[in-house]
Design a protein around this ligand. Structure first.
Ligand code: HEM
Length: 174
């Protein structure tokens, strides 16, 4: 008599269909995990927009993408063309970086700039909430302006992480 036959619980050494199923499920899950790791997004180059590049996307031409920058992040706001198109109420904000205007909720020509000098704490908070809550959640990012990528002295901005942005998306036209 061998050891297995001698053991009163010898049937536990056999692989039951349930055990087989569990092993299969675990295998599939571990492969899926592996796959996730293999498909981590690679960091891609981003498009740097000059003021002239942005200006070409000011909504004046029908059928042409409409871009607007806030805090140096360029959003494609074409799907909001009822706001930003030629005759839209917020057309003044597009084709440029209008951080100050968004912070102050102002359409005054003097506020259509990236300059944040002298903004109040409340205006900066409002800017942050529109930037996060409206633009980053609603519109794809198509690039950055120099103020986002470089510090004022021209050195690279170490905090710049394009891959952290939701809807990060490089348009194939570039
Ligand atoms: C009488 C004054 C205003 C009224 C009644 C008004 C009304 C609105 C409404 C109803 C929306 C939401 C639209 C929607 O999501 O369907 C909106 C969005 C917005 N408003 Fe105003 N607004 C006014 C003034 C301004 C001013 C002065 C600015 C200046 C920057 C501004 C900037 C914006 C922006 C950036 C959005 C987000 C648009 C988007 O989702 O892309 N608004 N406004």
């Amino acid at each position: 008599m061998n050891v297995v036959e001698a053991c009163p619980n010898s049937q536990t050494t056999m692989v039951t269909p349930v055990q087989l199923f569990i092993t299969f499920v675990l295998l599939v899950l571990s492969l899926a995990d592996d796959n996730k790791l293999k498909h981590k997004p690679a960091s891609k180059p981003v498009r740097l927009f000059t003021d002239e590049d942005l200006k070409r996307h000011d909504g004046s031409e029908d059928g042409h993408p409409i871009y607007m920058a806030i805090k140096g992040v360029v959003f494609d706001v074409t799907k909001g063309k009822e706001f930003y198109g030629k005759d839209g109420p917020y057309n003044a904000l597009v084709g440029k970086d209008c951080t100050r205007a968004v912070a102050k909720m102002s359409l005054e020509p003097a506020d259509l700039t990236s300059d944040t000098t002298g903004l109040t704490e409340e205006q900066l908070q409002s800017l942050e909430s529109v930037f996060e809550g409206t633009y980053k959640t609603k519109y794809p990012i198509v690039g950055y302006t120099a103020i986002r990528i470089l510090n004022q002295d021209g050195s690279p901005n170490e905090d710049f992480k394009p891959e952290d942005q939701p809807h990060f998306n490089i348009r194939d036209e570039f």
